[in-house]
Design a protein around this ligand. Structure first.
Ligand code: FEO
Length: 403
């Protein structure tokens, strides 16, 4: 295998030595139709340093890439910016193999790694704002607690003006290209938004604070090296600007209509709501849960101002796919939405109320009345659905216009 995997030199001292996971299609419930990468970085100075590792099955690929530059046993220090197992999964075996002199992590990272691996290796805590000189190179650590785990931190390598940003500014995208500027912008926008919506969204307040903090620190950054997807070496404002925009969650005049259906009634209602939205001048994405994955719906919602959810009643409950989506969406905490619920039922009709309750928990501002119909909607009900769409469109335009 030696010689089959190579490192890529990124800057004077830093090499990419990660792994490409072309086949993954489900990342703990997030659909990854373009695969992903687990980025790890080798720093070659007077001392050799490894920043993060890779998911456990990819350890050989990591070590082979390291071997294309130096014998892995030469790694003296290891820095763990994030303890989630896509970056730490091979850490215990890498430590066993290379026996580094020291392993560094944030204070919360020390605890998280202990709770993951119970390995007895001493991990040295580095504090927020702490600098560390390793050989001829200077590291600076920025704690980014809850971006997106308690242990998360950035490491800045001053000599190369390079920020190792762990999950932040990353995306799930397998590619032969390592740099963002080698990948079509449409793909970066699509996968960057999907990653933000599915991983970072609940921590948008932390994103805002972190962007401000990095600005205040005055770090001179020429490369952002995240733990997933392409590396940013040009136009860094593009990705930081997108994070700033997504974190603000300003409402737009787009609506997402998400539903499932048993015998087509709730689907007819969804389509009528959609017609009203279009007639009222709103952008619309109608997403049937039989074909749309929850992670694609939440991505659409990142750039929307309204969420309308349709569910039939089954066994006194909402439809299971709708419950799945709402559970997922509630956890991701999208902000500044208006919306409503609708659906058909046979005899008890609890689903629409259950959906409305969850929308209320999500602080979705209700517009119009929730609409439910027994069995099959007739002309008048479909007109009410269309009217709901029109009302939502009007409210969105008012909100966006006044913003
Ligand atoms: Fe890529 Fe939070 O791990």
């Amino acid at each position: 295998m030696k010689g089959s995997f190579e490192a890529l030199k990124l800057s004077d001292h830093v090499y990419w030595v990660g792994a490409v996971d072309w086949g993954i299609r489900d990342f703990h419930g997030y659909s990854t139709f373009r695969g992903t990468t687990y980025n790890a970085y080798l720093i070659m100075g007077d001392d050799t340093i490894l920043v993060d590792t890779v998911k456990a099955p990819f350890m050989d690929e990591l070590l082979l890439r390291v071997s294309s530059v130096t014998d892995p046993v030469n790694i003296r220090y290891l820095i763990s910016n994030h303890s989630e197992m896509d970056h730490s999964g091979s850490l215990p075996r890498v430590i066993e193999r290379i026996k580094p002199e020291k392993v560094f992590a944030s204070p919360m990272g020390v605890k998280a790694l202990a709770d993951h691996f119970h390995m007895g290796t001493e991990i040295v805590a580095v504090k927020d704002g702490e600098g560390l000189t390793l050989g001829n190179l200077n590291m600076f650590f920025v704690e980014t607690r809850m971006l997106h785990w308690p242990d998360s931190m950035f490491t800045y390598l001053a000599e190369d003006r390079l920020l190792f940003s762990q999950d932040a500014f990353g995306m799930h995208l397998a590619s032969g290209e390592r740099y963002a500027d080698e990948i079509p912008e449409s793909v970066l926008l699509e996968e960057g938004a999907k990653y933000y919506a599915n991983i970072i969204l609940p921590y948008s307040a932390v994103v805002k604070k972190t962007l401000e903090k990095v600005g205040r620190l005055g770090l001179d950054i020429s490369i952002i090296a995240p733990d997933h997807g392409p590396i940013w070496r040009k136009d860094l404002d593009m990705i930081t600007g997108l994070y700033s925009r997504w974190a603000a969650q300003e409402p737009t005049d787009r609506a997402v209509v998400v539903f499932d259906t048993m015998w087509g009634s709730t689907e007819s209602m969804a389509r009528a709501v959609g017609e009203g939205l279009v007639a009222g001048g709103a952008g619309v994405s109608i997403m049937p849960l039989k074909s749309a994955n929850r992670s694609d719906v939440i991505t659409e919602l990142l750039d929307a101002g309204a969420l309308l959810v349709g569910s039939p009643t089954i066994n006194n409950n909402m439809f299971p796919t709708v419950a799945d989506f709402l559970c997922y969406a509630r956890g991701l905490k999208p902000q500044n939405l208006i919306g409503s619920a609708f659906g058909s039922y046979g005899w008890s009709g609890e689903a629409v109320g259950h959906v409305a309750d969850i929308l209320s928990e999500m602080k979705v501002d209700p517009v119009g009345e929730a609409i439910k119909v027994r069995y099959v909607p007739e002309f008048e009900t479909l007109q009410r659905c269309r009217a709901l769409g029109l009302k939502v469109a009007g409210t969105l335009k008012g909100a966006v216009g006044s913003g």
